[in-house]
Design a protein. Structure first.
Ligand code: CA
Length: 234
C-alpha cells in the first residue's frame, strides 16, 4: 500500500472539497485545496503534489484547460470529477491525459480507493516490476513483457483480445471500465470491435481463469457500468 502523499484537490464547491479532503486526510495524506484553475496551477507549481483531484466544472479557467496545462508540465496522476452524464467532458478529459475519472455524485470511499490505485502505479519504487502485475494475493500473474499469464503457477492460454482486456482490468483493481473503454483497448487489432464483443471476451476470460460467471471473484460485473478487476481483500 502506497504511503502518505501530497494531494491537490481542485474543486470550487466547498462542501465537496471538504468531504474529499477529510477522507484523504483520514488516509494519512496531506491535502492542498484550490477553488479555481489559476489557484490550482499555482499550487501545483509550488506544492508539487503527488496526485491531483480535478473538478471539470470550475469558474473561470475550465478544468480541461487546467488538465492540459498540468499535463504539459508533468506526469502527475490526475483524477477528474465530472458532472453527471457529461459524457463529452469525460472524453475530452481523458484525451487530455487524465488518468481516471469519477462521475458526481461519487462515493468518497471509492475516490480514496482510486487515489490509492493511482499512487501505487505512479510510484514505481513501490511497484517492483511495473510490467508484472500480481493479483488475487499473488495467484494471478500478468506479465506484459513476456505476454504471459499464470494462475496458481499454471500457464493460462489467452487470445490477444483476452490478454489485452485482462491487462487493462488488472492494472487498476477496483477501477470500473465501461464497455466502450474496453473496446478502445482492442482497437487496432480487431476489425470492428463492438461493445457486445466485450461481453463475449469477458465470458471466455472468466472461463479460462476459472471464474464462475454467476459469482466471479476476479473479473467483476458492475451492473449498468461495465467491468472491474477485483481488489485484493485486506
Ligand atoms: Ca464545480
Amino acid at each position: 500500500m502506497p504511503g502518505p502523499a501530497r494531494i491537490l484537490v481542485v474543486e470550487d464547491e466547498a462542501r465537496i472539497a471538504e468531504v474529499v479532503q477529510s477522507y484523504l486526510e483520514g488516509q494519512g495524506h496531506t491535502v492542498d485545496r484550490a477553488a479555481t484553475g489559476e489557484e490550482a496551477l499555482a499550487a501545483a507549481a509550488s506544492r508539487r503534489p503527488d496526485l491531483v483531484v480535478l473538478d471539470l466544472g470550475l469558474p473561470g479557467m475550465s478544468g480541461e484547460e487546467v488538465c492540459r496545462r498540468l499535463r504539459a508540465e508533468s506526469d502527475v496522476p490526475i483524477i477528474m470529477l465530472t458532472a453527471k452524464d457529461a459524457e463529452e467532458d469525460l472524453v475530452n478529459g481523458l484525451q487530455l491525459g487524465a488518468d481516471d475519472y469519477m462521475t458526481k455524485p461519487f462515493s468518497p470511499r471509492e475516490l480514496t480507493a482510486r487515489v490509492r490505485a493511482l499512487l501505487r502505479r505512479a510510484r514505481p519504487d513501490e511497484v517492483p516490476q511495473a510490467d508484472v502485475l500480481e493479483r488475487a494475493g499473488g495467484r494471478l500473474v500478468v506479465d506484459s513483457a513476456r505476454r504471459r499469464v499464470t494462475l496458481d503457477g499454471e500457464l493460462v492460454e489467452l487470445t490477444e483480445s483476452e490478454f489485452r482486456l485482462l491487462q487493462a482490468l488488472a492494472r487498476f483493481p477496483g477501477r470500473v471500465y465501461t464497455r466502450s473503454e474496453l473496446v478502445e483497448r482492442l482497437q487496432g487489432m480487431e476489425f470492428e470491435p463492438y461493445e457486445r464483443t466485450i461481453d463475449a471476451h469477458i465470458k471466455n476470460l472468466r472461463h479460462k481463469l476459472g471464474d464462475d460467471a454467476r459469482a466471479p471473484r476476479l473479473v467483476l460485473t458492475v451492473y449498468g457500468r461495465g467491468y472491474a478487476f477485483a481488489e485484493d481483500q485486506r
